[in-house]
Design a protein around this ligand. Sequence first.
Ligand code: FES
Length: 141
Amino acid sequence: MEYPKFLMDHFQSPRNVGEIADADGMGIVKNARCGDIMQMSIKVEKGIIVDAKFKTFGCGAAIATSSIITEKIKGRRVEEALRISDETAKEIVDQLPQEKLPCFTLAANALRLAVDEYRCNKQGIHEKGGITSKDLEKAIS
Ligand code: FES
């Protein structure tokens, strides 16, 4: 199966690679099939995702889909981000080889955790002893 041009573009020139130092939410997930890791961080101001970045040891499909998702969620409300991620999944799902689908869900799952952490931080749950992405990062490094 040949990858569509827009996926190849995001793979060859990925957008939003890196880590937000003072992120409001961060999600780190591992692909159980290949062992690759994905980290997604978001910066939120007044409920709007003003920045989103990813880092991964993943393959081209993981890189391309993460690049697409981070592009699409910037400037959108946090509540919209997961819906946008799901819609993106539906758009791309038919254009990836079946065996690459877990690579795509890596980005979507990392985003879900980043949003969860943002919501927990906002409600002060971590101050009460919850596990943060920093704890998780230490645990898997
Ligand atoms: Fe590991 Fe795609 S093969 S993320």
